[in-house]
Design a protein around this ligand. Structure first.
Ligand SMILES: CC1=C(CCC(=O)O)c2cc3nc(cc4[nH]c(cc5[nH]c(cc1n2)c(C)c5CCC(=O)O)c(CCC(=O)O)c4C)C(CCC(=O)O)=C3C
Ligand SMILES: [Fe+2]
Length: 407
């Protein structure tokens, strides 16, 4: 199995957003949440889209995706298994740190989880999200939901909550995708050779798939008003995915063509979102002679409805209609390297068992512990937010850390 170059060099820009290690008394595994029965579907969709102006037709359409699976999203079970795996890895390393689980959109909800944690005597919590890239939905929305929960429960000032950095390029994330991409390529090569293809690699396209987001959100992703940065394709969100994809392809198959594609677009048609959509892209590349694709769900750390429906149902059907051989690479799930990487990320932030080196596979990371003001701006209006320079909730007015020697 190929490995990849892992840098432990600090990043001069993001280093300024680094927090000193602290003593935490619990980890909060924070995720999206999903329905677990037909009766949950509509209440769940209302939770997700509250105040977001998603058209009813879209909700109706999305409810069918859930209905087709008995109203059950795999995401909660995935998170129960991930929580157990993190607990196992912490125990294996002799680290005593309870792991709590809370969701933004479904039970167990974040606010009661924080209240229970406080009642149980916890005072300082470290949040680990299942969203790994930089954008409003993946970063700020989690930070806001903690800010709102602390405010609503009256726990602000009594309970500190910090957040683990966006960790898209941690080797624990990239390793499972790299192994999956290599295995997927072997599978598709085999199928094309069996069909008489003499140079299969020239007929294969690797498609790295991630959630589309509004272009305006993409442009605000990872933004820093005090220290502007340029990103490939104008957004940290796209740039982070492109850098990960390149790191993977450089190792497994530098000569095979690949693209970054988007999925699961919602919102009104006249509002621009990141493109191309995976299905449109498949239609576009089929006439170019592509006969096999490897779909890498690079934007997602576990199987959930966006993977089960948008990729395994819709995109694979598009491939079938176009006569393209296709395979979908697994998500990290509870892959040992992923779980171990998550515990390493926890230890980056703890005094005991501290890990001071921050490995990263791309030169964009390691990402900030504390975001810049306006990073991943919420265009619908400011909310209480944690883990941000100048934040007045969460970890008690942490200043933006400036390492010694910098201006
Ligand atoms: C970047 C991103 C991730 C990846 C990062 C991460 O992994 O968190 C992600 C994950 C997920 N998105 C999910 C579900 C939904 N996302 C929606 C809507 C939206 N997502 C957006 C972005 C993202 N979303 C955006 C900009 C919208 C529209 C505006 C809004 O509403 O904010 C809607 C509303 C209906 C629709 O329009 O599709 C639903 C039901 C589930 C749970 C699946 C399950 O239940 O198994 C998961 C993991
Ligand atoms: Fe952010």
């Amino acid at each position: 199995m190929s490995t990849f170059p892992i840098s432990t060099e600090p990043n001069q820009v993001t280093e300024r957003g680094r927090l000193e290690p602290k003593n935490y008394d619990a980890v909060l595994l924070a995720s999206f949440g999903g329905p677990e029965g037909q009766e949950d579907v509509i209440p769940f969709l209302r939770n997700v889209t509250r105040g977001r102006g998603i058209p009813d037709e879209r909700l109706e359409e999305v409810s069918h995706h859930y209905r087709a699976f008995g109203g059950i999203s795999p995401i909660n079970q995935q998170n129960r298994e991930l929580k157990a795996a993190i607990e196992g890895e912490l125990a294996r390393r002799g680290i005593e740190l309870p792991v709590l689980w809370g969701n933004r959109n479904w039970d167990p909800y974040i606010a009661p989880v924080l209240q229970d944690a406080y009642d149980a005597g916890h005072r300082r919590i470290l949040m680990l999200t299942t969203s790994i890239y930089s954008c409003y939905s993946s970063c700020r929305q989690y930070r806001e939901d903690i800010g709102i929960a602390l405010t609503e429960t009256g726990l602000d000032g009594k309970l500190e909550v910090d957040k683990i950095r966006q960790y898209f390029d941690h080797p624990g994330v990239v390793q499972p995708f790299l192994e999956g991409t290599a295995a997927g390529l072997e599978e598709i090569r085999g199928k094309l050779v069996a069909a008489g293809e003499t140079d299969p690699d020239s007929k294969i396209r690797v498609l790295f798939a991630t959630h589309s987001i509004p272009t305006r959100d993409a442009e605000a992703a990872g933004r820093s008003v005090d220290e502007p940065r340029e990103f490939a394709e104008g957004s940290a969100y796209a740039a982070q995915h492109l850098a990960n994809a390149k790191a993977i392809m450089d190792q497994v198959a530098p000569d095979v063509a690949w693209d970054l594609v988007y999925q699961s677009r919602s919102g009104a048609p006249h509002i621009p979102w990141l493109e191309p959509d995976i299905n449109d892209h498949l239609e576009a590349i089929a006439p170019e002679g592509v006969r096999g694709v490897v779909i890498v769900p690079l934007g997602f750390v576990s199987d959930h409805m966006e993977v089960a429906w948008d990729l395994d149902t819709e995109a694979l059907e598009t491939c079938g209609n176009l006569g393209i051989e296709a395979t979908r690479v697994p998500t990290p799930g509870t892959h040992a390297a992923f779980v171990s990487g998550l515990v390493d990320l926890i230890c980056e932030r703890t005094v005991e068992n501290n890990i001071s080196e921050r490995p990263h596979v791309t030169d964009l990371g390691p990402w900030y512990d504390v975001c810049r003001p306006n990073c991943c701006e919420n265009f619908r209006g400011a909310k209480p937010v944690i883990a941000e320079k100048g934040a007045t909730v969460g970890s008690g007015h942490d200043p933006y850390p400036v390492p010694e020697g910098s201006k």
